[in-house]
Design a binder for this molecule. Sequence first.
Ligand code: SF4
Length: 384
Amino acid sequence: MEQKQWGVYVHIPFCRQKCFYCDFPSFAGRERYMKEYIRALCQEIEVRGSSYVRRWGNPATIYIGGGTPSALPAALMEQLLLAIGNVFCIAGEEVEFTVECNPGTVDAAYLAMMHAHGVNRLSFGVQSFDDELLRRIGRIHTGEQAVQAAVMARAVGFSNISIDLMYGLPGQSMAELKAGVEQALSLQPAHISIYGLQLEEGTAFARLQEMGKLDLPTDEDTEAMYDYMTEVLPANGYERYEISNFARPGFASRHNLSYWQDLPYLGLGAAAHSYLEGQRWEAETEIPAYIDLIKSGQSPFKLEEPATRAIAMEEFAFLALRTTAGISRQRFEQKFGCSFDSVYQQAVQRLCDKGFLVDDGDAVYLTKLGMKYGNWAFEEFLLF
Ligand code: SF4
């Protein structure tokens, strides 16, 4: 058996309500499919999960994301966790096992049940602690529920808790943002992610923006929010290890790091992506179609258009540049069989001259300024 470092992603495509900014493959009002979906997903875990364990050994990380995994009723979540535990070895802390949770969907018993089944990391989509702002962006929970969810999680034994926060939201002020960050810090999570609002096509916010009805903060205000967060989190012991991610020492998300480090992962469930042996695959997005494919023993996966060598190099560079470790020359050369400098020497020089990049000989990585203006820096790594 070829022992490999690899990860497993499990997708739960259900949400109670669609947040106004969200373009993830998740659906509200499809609860009627939950039972059948979990049955099909458990079957896929059993068949495909086992086959990769036989080939590569146990995965280093398992991540149940969505959607809202915690929107599943406790009995279905338990069924899913049992299926995962039957295929992968999840005892102890060796495997990082994360479940994404919406604070409006959990109670102490639900959290304790997940902990008892080997989950050792929770990622709470909090976004804000301000009830009015939460309502304005379509979240189903309150600030108090977010606080309680984190407190309950700790009480039932979780020490590795992550909190997501958003900035640049409609009607959001600097004072609200600061209060939210302070509230998050007071909960002492192991990990904090920060996301600026992106207006994605097809979302309620994109439509409102087209109609001129979205009251967004100015670019200067959004930039000030970003500057504040990227200052205050490290000052409070949260080391930045990726553009949007900060963690106490030893608590960087191993699963997410594996995406940026070009490691393989197996995606299970509708709309899940896989990256296996250099090829990217995408599963059927529609829930009923996914269930039918699994039931009839067919593969739910389609191979994505294979990337050209140039696109593969760009992707490798973009992903690695997101992390503070940056692009390793050695890893680039191992993967592509040519020297990093033969491809990117001029881009590196231009970005170093602007103060966006540091070159330490082994790796090149973005400076704080480079992370702030990441898109400009990434453009330099386009090959055409
Ligand atoms: S809960 Fe998460 S996945 Fe669901 S709609 Fe909101 S942001 Fe999207």
